[in-house]
Design a protein around this ligand. Structure first.
Ligand code: ATP
Length: 202
């Protein structure tokens, strides 16, 4: 899955609407210290559902909203939209009709938040499922930050296996198996309860 464009509004240092286009080939983001290069990576990770503010170099999630500067007042909302080219193989067949997939995350200062998939409100789960096994995601291997290579090399075999399973396309099925097992368990409990009630009625 290839990123075509990122649109950022009110996220960290990007107070005004900023659009980054990713043309075919390699894109490098250059700039002086503190100009916001890492904030772009934070924006990508956040849009794809990161829930831990510390992984975005903040204390609380509200820290991602532009906090004001000498000349500008703080923003009330942060919004990041990522646009992906949609290869035939991407995700569920439901989305194969679209040439682009657009995901948006919004956070308001009062704590309200929204996720949108192709401009339609959705759950974070829908976004996570769409990107499962594509290598794209808040924690997936598509983001290799400083020190990541070292940590992969030094990780325990079980941790390294998670990466290999994601790359091999197994993750999605493992997640579905887990959800199915949960459902079976809750159905089993319901049946037990039902049998108890039947026993009492008899
Ligand atoms: P370096 O090259 O040193 O790693 P960088 O280009 O990666 O720097 P970032 O870390 O992305 O820079 O950006 C840091 C800047 O973002 C700081 O100036 C910081 O004040 C600003 N910043 C971070 N969060 C917010 C926020 N919520 N509101 C306003 N500005 C913010």
């Amino acid at each position: 899955m290839k990123i075509k464009r990122i649109e950022i509004i009110g996220f960290k240092s990007f107070v005004d609407r900023t659009v980054l286009n990713f043309e075919p080939g390699v894109t490098a983001i250059l700039g002086p210290n503190g100009c916001g290069k890492s904030n772009v990576i934070d924006a990508i990770r956040w849009a794809m559902g990161e829930q831990n503010a510390k992984n975005l170099r903040g204390q609380a999630m509200e820290d991602v909203i532009f906090g004001g500067s000498k000349k500008r007042r703080p923003h009330g909302m942060a919004e990041v939209t990522m646009v992906f080219a949609n290869p035939q193989s991407a995700g569920t067949s439901e989305f194969n009709q679209y040439s682009e997939i657009m995901i948006t995350r919004r956070l308001y200062r009062n704590g309200d938040s929204e996720y949108l998939l192709n401009k339609t409100p959705c759950r974070l789960k829908d976004i996570s499922e769409l990107f499962m096994d594509t290598g794209v995601g808040a924690r997936a291997y598509s983001i290799i930050e400083q020190g990541k290579i070292g940590s992969i090399l030094h990780s325990r075999p079980e941790e390294r296996r998670v990466l290999i399973e994601e790359a091999a396309g197994v993750t999605k099925y493992k997640a579905r198996k887990k959800a199915a097992l949960r459902k079976i368990e809750s159905t089993r409990q319901n049946l037990t309860r039902l049998n108890d009630v039947i026993g009492e009625v008899k």
